[in-house]
Design a protein around this ligand. Structure first.
Ligand code: SF4
Length: 361
């Protein structure tokens, strides 16, 4: 069965070449960059980011030396911003501790911030031809279906079971080609929804197909609970300038910029509700207790951004408010409104700005 799987996979791979900017790439810096960008990101979405990063930071040294804000700005829109922070931390580690040379060994690769078993296996095999099988969502799906494995892929036992099987199947003479082939097979043939099993060369020996389990496998036990968060953004403009706030807390969007914000536990519909929320949580904006004199000029429609475990519901309120006591807070800054696009902003804010909301002012 294993031999059939590997031979069929190679034959399919030869017949379905998939050209990517990083195909055949052996430079570990570029491979690492592409793998980090593609974590939790579709290829079509990640591709332009990969190209921008390669152009802006062609070497690990240039990335390590870049200002953090510039890296975050380039990453803007990709989500999972901890990846960008880890990227730069790992780049600094390679430059400062390893003389700018990427580790050439799987266990050493794992020491880089943000590099897990999947990324370490990808770099080890693609850059150095080392025999480590990759295990990502595509590989879990292909193996689970072909071998009819009913162990839930988020079960604590699953990782060892699938890692062992993936390494048994790996062609040790051509680990890079094998890894690329199985990932492409999962991405193009054995796709999550409605795979075309009628035209699949694996079909004669595919357990899921034989047992009519294609749509049940792989099994996942935990359903992600998407909690709602309600952000009320205050758009406070003074002449040609607008107030921003840098998110420094350990929370979503760490180190990104946003407008001063009051978080509420439900969607605020009216001006009275907003004023009450600001009064109840005025320390979110002011350093000390203050008399709030606020005039609301405009309220935006609701904007939404879906994250892995959260759904952010955002409303933007254009307000006049006394800003004297705001300026004392360290994470608040006033910038020229025209320069907003040069700051790393969460997607929901970019959408608000791109939606022509500001032209209505
Ligand atoms: S037959 Fe269907 S389920 Fe089985 S490997 Fe092929 S595409 Fe996947």
């Amino acid at each position: 069965m294993n031999l059939f799987f590997t031979q069929t996979l190679f034959a399919w791979h030869d017949a379905h070449p998939r050209s990517m900017p990083w195909s055949g790439e052996q430079n570990p810096y570029r491979i690492w960059l592409s793998e980090i960008i593609l974590q939790q990101t579709r290829v079509e979405q990640g591709l332009p980011y990969y190209q921008k990063f390669i152009e802006t930071y062609p070497t690990v040294e240039t990335l390590a030396a870049a200002p953090e804000d510039a890296v975050m700005r380039l990453w803007q829109g990709l989500g999972y911003y901890s990846r960008a922070r880890n990227l730069q931390e790992a780049a600094k580690y390679v430059v400062n501790n390893l003389n700018g040379c990427f580790p050439k060994d799987y266990d050493e690769l794992l020491k880089l911030k943000g590099v897990g078993t999947y990324t370490a296996a990808a770099i080890a095999s693609f850059a150095f031809d080392l025999p480590h099988a990759v295990l990502d969502g595509n590989v879990y799906r292909v193996l689970s279906r072909f071998f009819g494995i009913e162990t839930p892929i988020d079960d604590p036992l699953a990782k060892n079971l699938f890692t062992k099987l993936a390494n048994d199947l790996l062609d040790k003479q051509q680990p890079a080609v094998y890894n690329q082939a199985i990932m492409n097979f999962g991405a193009l043939q054995c796709v999550p929804q409605s795979p075309n099993c009628g035209r699949c060369p694996m079909q004669p020996n595919c357990r899921a197909y034989a047992q009519q389990q294609v749509h049940e496998l792989p099994i996942k036990t935990k359903k992600i609970d998407k909690k709602f968060r309600f952000f009320n953004y205050l758009f406070i403009q003074e002449g040609n300038e607008v107030w921003l706030h840098k998110r420094v807390e350990k929370d979503i969007w760490q180190n990104l910029y946003e407008f001063p914000m009051i978080e509420s536990n439900k969607l605020l519909e009216t001006e009275t509700e907003l004023i009450e929320a600001i009064q109840a949580d005025e320390r979110a904006i002011f350093d000390e207790k203050t008399h709030i004199n606020i005039k609301i000029m405009q309220k935006s429609p609701v904007f939404k951004q879906i994250l892995t475990h959260r759904k952010v519901i955002a409303v933007f309120w254009v307000v006049n408010i006394c800003t004297k006591k705001m300026s004392k807070k360290t994470n608040f800054l006033k910038i020229e409104t025209n320069n907003l696009a040069t700051f790393a902003l969460p997607k929901v804010i970019s959408e608000y700005l791109n939606n022509g909301q500001l032209s209505m002012l």
